[in-house]
Design a binder for this molecule. Structure first.
Ligand SMILES: [Zn+2]
Ligand SMILES: [Zn+2]
Length: 82
């Protein structure tokens, strides 16, 4: 039965993304998804570095990244590197 199979799969995959409800068997897979893959998360929460496009969850982490990796950019020189 297709339905029974789907229900069993849902039980196996107990870690659900709180943004898009995609489910994973392992917490580490869910963590990777929420950090790097989930499109819904990007719309709601992620902070994206406007220099290199890296994504961060928190504004302060992003600010730290920009100061650490793109300090040239902050001082208006032409090179931006990470
Ligand atoms: Zn998701
Ligand atoms: Zn960056």
């Amino acid at each position: 039965m297709v339905f029974a199979g789907a229900a069993m799969q849902a039980q196996l995959r107990k870690y659900a993304c709180s943004w898009c409800m995609r489910r994973y068997k392992q917490a580490s897979s869910l963590g990777r998804h929420m950090r790097y893959e989930c499109e819904n998360a990007g719309k709601k929460k992620e902070q994206v570095c406007h220099v290199c496009g890296k994504r961060y969850f928190r504004p302060d982490t992003l600010t730290e990244h920009i100061q650490a990796c793109h300090f040239q950019f902050l001082y208006n020189t032409t090179q931006a590197s990470c």
